[in-house]
Design a binder for this molecule. Structure first.
Ligand SMILES: Cc1ncc(C[n+]2csc(CCOP(=O)(O)OP(=O)(O)O)c2C)c(N)n1
Ligand SMILES: [Mg+2]
Length: 662
């Protein structure tokens, strides 16, 4: 891709500049009209959200950005994709669900992307792109780049928590992001003036950044504001908020009958159509041979032939629907635990792993709440900032969406973020960034783009901790295809699994156990870096198999010792990774233990990991008797007495194992 120089948009803009902007805006307009026509013919399925009336903003912005500067948009993002340079043919093919589309038919109209054309993509979750844009900027910085990132979003998106968090973080880190709000006065079917009593730029200014409002139908006014913003970002001056006032000339989506909107409002929007105004302006420059008519014919031809060609393209092969969910190396085997070496605490083992990753990978970053100078509330990231500097290890505002979205964006743009979410319970306020965003990256791009981010967190019951700081929530993530989830049960695995997670190209969540941070065990710091995956048969038996993960493995091993004294020979399988689940090892171990399996989890039983393991083993016939042991379906109380009435322990494991082997 060539680097284009920013144009100097001014009142003296030449007619050539304006003609090129007109061409670009017209391509978007005619493309959108064609998409609508194809939708009406039922060639395009589902909803389409068109940007008719808003074309001037992407048309101008793309001329100001470098051709490599990343762009993010919303479901109304066809214009941004075209302006970014995504081929029209690929876009039609995508919207028509063809195998040759930008996303091979996986994204559709509202979620298409093309990393090869720096179009990070559309986003169908309102406001979700803003935290990711910050991350894209952090990724560029981590590898020494000077990308300016532009993220476009609607007026309604400014009310989203994720947007607020992103603006806060962008200011705190002075990130090179241009926040482009396309204010079309409507958030789906609600007028922005009915819910926000101040100007959006005024509100943005309160975050501590420069913010302006421009007429988004005027290429010169819009261009001048964007030029300033891009130059500021590129020169280290931080983010800018540019509110572009644009008309929404059609409904929110193709089938919107706009019964909630007055005829007068529609008329006013139609009167602001930017294209005839620019055409008129070009004519007023009195160019004797204005090429506008010829351009119109060219663009009409381009759109028509791209649409026709895409219609002839094949649909995807249905057999590929399960491809590219994640990268799963075959038959990963968990190494044995070391017998000799240094005994270190679980938390310190993780710290040592991160130190090695930061030392060996200049693109690795650590960020989260209180992780820098304080070293994390549990001390796991202690000294990292001192050792690796403030650019690579830094604190964030208390803004979980912005931490996870930042990690995601950074990982998509060359960084290797290792972020901390202080408590698993807090992940719930930001799950969108994992489930709707990170988990889709590989699948949507058929492996062309990946999100190698690591999220560390901790969970579980400890005396006195309340119901919002004690939940065992691994099943929520276990349910999500595309996210790998590890739960180490000892210091060696805490070390090795952290390193494996950083080396992995998929999003990985490591769920540590707060109660184990000071537990000691032998760690081999020279162990080869493992691949993600692989369960370990920590103890061999013959009468029954206890399957567990994370903190409960310790209790299972103690229980197995007690059972041995009673003449019951129990094996213990430590899953280590619940996603990907080592099904091969699970089946093999169940068969080797007379098909009798006890699955132990700290979490409550309904919808839990143990339920799936039970189903898997019954379905495959590898087990004939399975029992699940977990907390009852209740909330978690703070009092230690009440907690221990709920959570499995050595005694209840022994009791259930006895019953199972009777
Ligand atoms: C998190 C979330 N909430 C609600 C929706 C449903 N929804 C889709 S678009 C939209 C309106 C957004 O308005 P605005 O940000 O102004 O963008 P516009 O559609 O006007 O371009 C809503 C509520 C969604 N997709 N995501
Ligand atoms: Mg809007």
């Amino acid at each position: 891709m060539t680097q284009q120089n920013p144009i100097a948009l001014s009142q003296r803009s030449t007619s050539e500049e304006l003609v090129e902007i007109y061409r670009s805006a017209l391509r978007i307009r005619l493309f959108e009209e064609k998409v609508l026509e194809l939708r009406k013919l039922d060639e395009v399925k589902g909803s389409v959200h068109l940007c008719i009336g808003q074309e001037m903003v992407p048309a101008v912005a793309a001329r100001i950005l470098r051709s490599t500067d990343p762009i993010l948009a919303t479901y109304r993002g066809h214009g941004w994709a075209l302006a970014a340079g995504v081929p029209m043919l690929d876009m039609f093919a995508e919207i028509l669900g063809r195998a040759t589309g930008t996303n091979r038919g996986r994204g559709g109209s509202a979620y298409l992307s093309s990393a090869a054309h720096r179009f990070i993509g559309e986003n169908s979750i309102v406001g979700a792109g803003l935290p990711i844009a910050n991350g894209i900027a952090m990724g560029s910085q981590a590898r020494g780049g000077d990308d300016v990132v532009l993220v476009s979003f609607g007026d309604g998106a400014t009310n989203q928590g994720a947007a607020h968090e992103a603006l806060v973080l962008a200011v705190a880190r002075q990130l090179p992001v241009v926040f482009v709000c396309e204010n079309n006065e409507w958030s789906e079917m609600t007028a922005i003036r009915d819910v926000v009593p101040v100007s959006l730029a005024e509100r943005a200014r309160a975050y501590g950044m420069d913010a302006t409002t421009v007429d988004g139908t005027d290429p010169i006014e819009t261009g001048a504001a964007l030029l300033l913003a891009v130059e500021r970002a590129r020169s280290g001056g931080g983010p800018t908020f540019v509110e572009c006032q644009v008309p929404r000339m059609l409904g929110h989506y193709n089938a919107d009958i706009e019964h909630y909107r007055s005829e007068d409002d529609k008329r006013r929007a139609a009167a602001r159509d930017p294209l005839p105004r620019l055409r008129q302006r070009i004519a007023e420059l009195e160019e004797p041979h204005s090429p506008v008519s010829a351009i119109e014919a060219e663009v009409r031809d381009e759109v028509e032939s791209a649409a026709q060609e895409a219609m002839g393209h094949p649909y995807p092969n249905a057999a590929t629907a399960t491809d590219h969910v994640w990268d799963l190396p075959a038959d990963v085997v968990a190494p044995s635990l070391p017998r000799e070496g240094k005994s270190v605490a679980f938390g310190l083992a993780i710290n040592e792993a991160i130190q090695r990753e930061l030392g060996g990978r200049p693109e690795a970053l650590v960020f989260g709440e209180d992780v820098a100078a304080p070293g994390g509330v549990f001390g796991v990231t202690r000294n990292l900032q001192r050792l690796f500097g403030e650019d690579r290890v830094f604190d964030t505002p208390i803004a979980e969406s912005s931490i996870l979205g930042g990690a995601l964006g950074a990982s998509m743009n060359g960084g290797r973020p290792i972020v901390e979410i202080m408590w698993m319970d807090f992940m719930l306020v930001a799950l969108d960034q994992l489930v709707n965003q990170a988990a889709n990256v590989r699948y949507l791009s058929s492996g062309a783009q990946v999100a190698p981010m690591v999220v560390r967190t901790q969970q579980g019951v400890t005396p006195g901790s309340c119901a919002q700081h004690t939940q065992s929530l691994e099943a929520l993530l276990f349910h999500i295809p595309g996210i790998k989830v590890g739960m180490p049960s000892n210091p060696q695995d805490a070390f090795a699994m952290t390193r494996a997670a950083v080396a992995d190209d998929d999003p990985v969540v490591l769920i540590e156990a707060r109660s184990m941070y000071l537990d000691k065990g032998i760690v081999d710091f020279d162990a080869a870096v493992e691949a993600v995956g692989g369960a370990r048969l920590s103890r061999e038996g013959s009468d029954l198999l206890i399957v567990s993960w994370g903190r409960m493995v310790k209790d299972a091993l103690v229980a197995a010792d007690i059972l041995e004294g009673e003449g019951i020979d129990a094996g213990v399988l430590d899953l280590r990774w619940i996603a990907p689940l080592d099904r091969r090892m699970l089946a093999k171990a169940a068969r080797a233990h007379a098909g009798r399996v006890l699955v132990v989890q700290e979490a409550n039983l309904t919808g839990g990991v143990a339920s799936d393991i039970s189903a898997i083993l019954y379905e495959s016939g590898d087990a004939t008797q399975v029992r699940r042991l977990g907390a009852p379906d209740t909330r978690i109380p703070a009092s230690a007495v009440l907690q221990s009435a709920l959570i499995p322990d050595v005694a209840s494991i022994v009791r259930t194992a006895r019953e199972l082997s009777a």
